[in-house]
Design a protein around this ligand. Sequence first.
Ligand code: SF4
Ligand code: SF4
Length: 137
Amino acid sequence: MSAIRREGREIKRLRLLIPTFTCIPGCSDCCGPVPFSHWEWEKISDQRKATCLDCPYDGEAGCEIYEDRPIMCRLFGTVDHPQLRCPHGRGPEKMLTAQEGAAIADQYAKLVGGYRNDELVEHLRAGHGGSDASGSR
Ligand code: SF4
Ligand code: SF4
């Protein structure tokens, strides 16, 4: 099996670990430039590079690649951590713990060559939960 297919299998497995929830329609308040793994990037037919602090897929009606959005977008709003909670209070019935979020982010970081969100992973690992719900990115 090729490296990219192996990576795709891993990404699909990580996706299944992340609970889903319904966002406010059209909202993209937590969006910004995000990293893609090679496999995730290959799935995007209209590849646009970020040239500023906005995500190039943040459209008028929300995310334009919602079904193919990368793992970090899927994690946002699902982890019980100030940096990853939805500023509008949306989220799944059962949030991931900071440690569960860290484990997923860490596995993902290893797949994404060159990208390591070490600071976030370390925060999550340390379980810096707190009660500040204003976290956004
Ligand atoms: S997680 Fe919250 S801030 Fe982000 S798009 Fe959904 S509703 Fe908006
Ligand atoms: S890919 Fe979609 S969900 Fe992720 S930051 Fe961009 S617009 Fe937001």
